[in-house]
Design a protein around this ligand. Sequence first.
Ligand code: ADP
Ligand code: ASP
Ligand code: MG
Length: 807
Amino acid sequence: MKILKFGGTSVGSHENVRRIGEIVKGQNTPVIVVVSALGGITDTLLLTARTTAEGGEFTTGLSAIRTRHEEMAGQLFAGEQLNRVLAKLHPYFEELEKIFQGVSLIYELTPKTLDKIVGFGERMSSLLISEFLDGELIDSAAVIKTDENFGRAYVDLDKTYRLIAEKCSSLKDVAVAPGFISSSSNGVMTTLGRGGSDYTAALFAAALDAEKLEIWTDVDGFMTADPRVISKAYPIPSLTYSEAMELSHFGAKVIYPPTILPVYKKGIPVQIKNTMAPEAEGTLIGLEEADWKDRPIKGISSMSGITLITVQGLGMIGVTGISSRIFGVLAQKEINVILISQASSENSISFAVDSGCAEVAKEGIENEFAVEIASGRINKITVEENLSIVAIVGEHMKHSAGIAGKLFHTIGKNGINVVAIAQGASEQNISWVVKHSDLRKTLNVVHESFFLSPYIELNIFLVGIGTVGRDLLKQIERQQPRLMGEHRLKIKLAGVANSRKMYFDRDGIQVSEVDNLLKSSEEKSNMSAFCQKMIDLNMFNSVFVDCTANAEIAEHYFHIIDNFISVVAANKVAASSSFERYKKLKDTASKKGVKFLFETNVGAGLPLISTINDLQRSGDRIQRIEAVLSGTLNFIFNTLSEEIPLSQAIRMAKEQGFAEPDPRIDLSGIDVVRKLVILARESGYEIEKEDVKMESFIPQKYFDGSLDEFWETINEMDEEFEQRRKELVANNQRWRFVGKFEDGQAEVALRVVDPDHPFFDLEGSNNIVLLTSERYNEFPMQIKGYGAGAAVTAAGVFADLIKVSNI
Ligand code: ADP
Ligand code: ASP
Ligand code: MG
């Protein structure tokens, strides 16, 4: 004998009912099919009843219920059988109408009447299904006996088991029973609580010592998290009874919590299956789990609509009986306490309840402790609303040290404030309370960091779709399959902006769609709004990527980092601004546990900053930096020839994407000053741009006017440069624009180098850096290669991004 329970969605459409037909036909043992109401019907019944009691009309609700069942009958049956089924349904509609009429006359809806009303859903659905499966219809209400705690009645197990066994001992093949409904010993209709059909099925299973209980629903099993919140959640192959109980207690709706106990006591295995995908394995719940034995955590669940009440006072320390009084009041008021947490100093006790009961709970406690409150021994009863509880569950947690440490470290690092914590003595779950607005992020953080997720997601917010930004997008797209395959890393573009428009999508923006989406976006680009939106989205593993050269955008970094979002900048403005600001950004990032990375600020994709960082961290000390750091200038000096004068070489540098948007930043030497300052700072020196001695090789007047004027007049310099160039060639010398830092002194200038100098052979737009340190002393370390260009810069940004993900 097997018990198969089908939920609201499973019986909610004729296609699904036909699937049930196939599933039942495939069984080689007698089955009892327990069914819920057609999906949504219980809610309609509830709502109609409540509106009626408040003076509203019930005809719309009633006719919707009627139409739904008649339509379903029309889809499942034909001819004589259809007439017979409709004739059997009819009395239910009539009876319901009479009850609603009664409610509407007296404007009163007792819990007793409400139970009678909501039970109609299962009575009607079981009729349809029993006809369809040609199975005997069992009246669950007659065999499941309860007290009269309406809304969620307590079952008299002995009596119920006996009645079920009597009723079902001679069953053959298929029988059908409505879930959810029951009756008291006086014969009054009761219900087992919302979602209670699962429990009905478990009672049948336990009473009949069934070989198995199958819960057929609309998901592929018990998932690692609620699939509606975490799209990456996936089915857990097996769970122990207690794990399933803990997960469902904290909100995993897939199974109604009381369901587990009766089957656990009899050792009956429970399988969760998907009616829409019967081939999926589902989840097997039993005494011992067959898979994932090495995983400390099996799943996460959560509950929203939580209020936390804290009773606090110095007069509580060491006084016995306070807790028993608090929870005594709550029990008396029938308030379910979901979580309890007590500070070890004993001066406060916090407990979480459903927000719907918070007011009653608070009043109850205030009355109970009126004397203590008046005397000041209890000084505060605080109520925090709009909270959610999250729980991680797994039996093997008790054997693995450090789970809680890792958990709260990860949560804190992501800027999520933990309001209260509780861990059951069984060590099978850790539960904690967060603000509801942090719930989605919390679930994502935990799901990913405990390897419940099949991959890690990095959420990117990119500003600047120019040469570098565009190349970065292309590289991400190209590299994505490999990152996913080898590193479980998924890069998701969650927001983009160019100088005109911005666009966001929490679920990810297709790279190929970026241009179109920006063009058609309604949102004008605005950095404050961009940052706010990014912060409001509150996504785990967020990175702000700045591929602009814009000073205004750099102004926002602090706010971004302060909100636990990493920054990857190709933009040099921030790292080369005042030392105070640079330091503050770095310190804040490290305090908040996020990254502030800007490798491409110097030498494009060359590993300069990371190498300096590695040297420093391993105890070395940089003493001297000598470098050619301007790809543009090096390109210009390598390109000058009899045919190509200075002005044309500048233009070429611009066209090839090396130069800054305003090439004068390169020509003046300012760009090199910025880079040298960044390298010196990363080497541990406190230095400002103003401290760098800068010799310009182009007269000041070209820098004072507008960019247009510059382009119009710069050819005036061509001749002089050609003269000087000829002299150099004659002496077998070359120009290099060199930055030097030593003993705290920094300078940048155009230098002439001889063939034996390491800078002599430096092709195209390449950069070179000579690092002299305590370890690399006699022979400085040389790092040389492309120092500019969209592809290498984008690759450097990409490498920084990967660093943020810590893979
Ligand atoms: P039924 O109507 O079949 O009884 P329910 O709606 O009661 O189905 O329960 C199934 C739903 O539970 C799923 O559709 C899913 O949205 C939700 N759910 C919440 N947490 C989980 C979880 N950890 N695993 C699977 N489903 C979950
Ligand atoms: N129909 C009831 C409800 O919606 C019972 C169930 O579906 O399990 O709560
Ligand atoms: Mg359910």
